[in-house]
Design a binder for this molecule. Sequence first.
Ligand code: SF4
Ligand code: SF4
Length: 144
Amino acid sequence: MIAALKTAFTNLFSPPLTHGYPAVPLPKPEHWRGLIEYNKDFCIFCDKCEKTCPPGAILFSWALDGSKTYHYNAHLCIYCGDCVRECPKTGQALWQSETKATPALKADMPNEKWDALELNVKESKEAYKAHKAAQKKAKETPSD
Ligand code: SF4
Ligand code: SF4
């Protein structure tokens, strides 16, 4: 009886074991991995993130002048963190945020839109290579 009263009294003044979610955000699990964030100001456009990404959730489209544009698909991303580990500018150009993908963010990049983008990226790379080859050929060809 005394033990029960002691336990009841202790529990009365102990913090609750349950979480106050959603008013209080849940603590992040250990090794939490959030969305991939990118800052082009620090990117050296080495393409390592694109090459290492298992599902192809990062793509760079190329312009003829050699400049590149980053694209990311939160719907495809499996949050493995490989891109961040490979990035020579990790933490500045690429990092995993504290935020997770929201349905709205995923809805922003439906499969059809990404499929079209993949095609566009492939074509942009081919166009760049063809452009460079033509430039090289023009330099090598002696003018009259
Ligand atoms: S976390 Fe993994 S799946 Fe997501 S973009 Fe980076 S390499 Fe790709
Ligand atoms: S790995 Fe990093 S520096 Fe290289 S292209 Fe990707 S974000 Fe840019």
